[in-house]
Design a protein around this ligand. Structure first.
Ligand code: RP5
Ligand code: MG
Ligand code: MG
Length: 280
């Protein structure tokens, strides 16, 4: 079964809402749970936001589930999800202790993209560091510290309606790790031209459900995580990282088994390590 831990724990992010505790064996919808009394929570910030859906019972809201619905991708990577008798889509992994959308804009899947930008760790002379225990080169990736939870994470973000995943990957990286939004037009063009090609050659690492702490029974995160590797450290490796938008900090983080990242991002980085045969 898919990882489903961080979206079952304690308080819902940025709230005092306590999730109804669901024991591991009662997570799947196929297991009967008559005592299940999830808490209802949809954050007020969603009201009237252009990026958010209206309430399910809003008469003008006619979502087409499990399809790309008027530019909004309501398809899940996990296959067709169930919509219950009251019209609410059900989390494909199971119960989370909360109904409603919490902080998520869309009912059902909320699609994101995660750029895993890597390079080899080098010393002052440019020599790649080899770990003494594993004999493997040490990988670094561009990590951001999220403003919302303070946790370190991959600089990912939501796929906008009608946006391609490749566009999201590069845009979110520029916004969160290179402070693109604060640049003037000239700076933006220079930056875009310098990294455009780099962002065309990526390796798919993960595609599917995310164990995001914001998930609920009716709204959840899904992502496409792509690894862009700067082998010679001369593309992104040359640029000055600067946190922007919803990132508080940014840095090249050494990759090893101690990393502890937001949602299940550590798992995505671990998969990248396997693919690149790096130290863990
Ligand atoms: C995670 O939330 C995804 O893996 C992605 O990194 C992120 C997208 O949400 P925001 O960063 O826009 O909040 O589930
Ligand atoms: Mg963002
Ligand atoms: Mg983000």
């Amino acid at each position: 079964r898919m990882l489903h831990q961080k979206c079952r724990q304690g308080l819902y992010p940025s709230s005092n809402v306590k999730r109804f505790a669901v024991p591991e064996e009662r997570v799947p919808w196929t297991v009967d749970y008559p005592e299940y009394k999830p808490v209802a929570y949809t954050a007020n910030v969603l009201k009237g936001k252009p990026w958010a859906d209206p309430e399910i019972n809003e008469p003008t809201f006619k979502p087409k589930w499990n399809t790309v619905d008027d530019k909004v991708n309501r398809k899940s990577f996990t296959g067709d999800y169930i919509v219950n008798a009251d019209g609410y889509p059900l989390n494909p992994v199971g119960r989370t202790g909360i109904v409603g959308r919490g902080l998520l804009g869309r009912w059902g899947p909320n699609h994101a993209a995660d750029p895993i930008v890597t390079r080899w760790k080098r010393d002052n002379t440019g020599t790649v560091e080899i770990n003494k225990n594993t004999g493997k080169p040490v990988l670094q990736f561009v990590a951001i510290q999220r403003r919302d939870s303070g946790e370190w994470a991959i600089p990912g973000g939501m796929v906008d309606p009608n946006e391609t995943v490749s566009a999201t990957l590069m845009r979110e990286f520029m916004e969160e790790a290179l402070n693109f939004l604060e640049m003037d037009d000239t700076e933006r063009k220079v930056l875009q031209n310098s990294i455009m090609e780099f962002f065309t050659k990526g390796d798919e690492i993960y595609k599917g459900y995310v164990d995001d702490p914001r998930n609920t029974d009716n709204a959840w995160m899904e992502t496409v995580a792509i690894n862009f590797h700067d082998e010679e450290n001369n593309v992104v490796g040359k640029l000055a990282l600067k946190a922007g938008d919803d990132a508080r900090n940014v840095r090249w983080m050494d990759v090893n088994k101690e990393i502890n990242l937001y949602a299940n991002h550590s798992e995505f980085v671990r998969k990248t390590v396997l693919q690149r045969n790096a130290h863990w």
